[in-house]
Write a protein that binds this ligand. Sequence first.
Ligand SMILES: NC(=O)c1ccc[n+]([C@@H]2O[C@H](COP(=O)([O-])OP(=O)(O)OC[C@H]3O[C@@H](n4cnc5c(N)ncnc54)[C@H](OP(=O)(O)O)[C@@H]3O)[C@@H](O)[C@H]2O)c1
Length: 182
Amino acid sequence: MKVAVVGKGNVGGGLADRWERAGHEVTRIGKDGGDVSDADVVLLAVPGSAVAEAFETVGGWDGKTVIDATNLVGAEPPAGFSSNTEFVKSKTNGPTAKAFNLNFARLYDQIDQAGSPPSNLWSGDEEARDAVEQLNRDAGYEPVCAGGMDKTAVQEQGIALIFAVSQASGPFFYRMAPPEEL
Ligand SMILES: NC(=O)c1ccc[n+]([C@@H]2O[C@H](COP(=O)([O-])OP(=O)(O)OC[C@H]3O[C@@H](n4cnc5c(N)ncnc54)[C@H](OP(=O)(O)O)[C@@H]3O)[C@@H](O)[C@H]2O)c1
């Protein structure tokens, strides 16, 4: 796949490295801006409060499949939207999903040592499923669907629990699976 990462820091840069190793062609875009019109899938990994700005500095979003990895830490989604993901969808009108926001970039280089693939929650449009699940597996995660676009706000707010557990017990992988698989 041709993937564009908007935000090339811990998350965007880290996933870009893993996807390149899996054979994808990745373009990395930072604050200087760029264009995503050539991409099959776009990962949005900018600070949660900079999402609206990213649509000004980066062009070519129309109809794109976008995976939104942002978290809102001490900030609200843009006015009128219950999640950053819903805002993204309003700008692109393409298949949109929330994913990669509920795991730790600092553990990306330990994914391959895990006994079985760590889980990674995603939610959003059914039309985004194939791309989201493929890019999860190619990053080393097992995707777990949390529902449709109406669940993206819940997933975004889930970062509060992830932070709480991390502060109490350190960074972690999680694994969600039917009972017979654990
Ligand atoms: N760190 C984690 O473990 C983790 C895990 C899950 C989700 N998240 C979320 O993922 C997002 C990124 O986190 P991070 O840790 O990767 O942050 P980071 O290392 O600070 O990287 C942020 C990136 O966003 C770029 N950027 C900022 N404003 C931009 C704009 N207007 N247009 C295009 N690019 C812009 C920066 O560009 P330059 O390179 O040009 O400065 C930088 O590459 C945040 O929303 C965070 O809450 C983080």
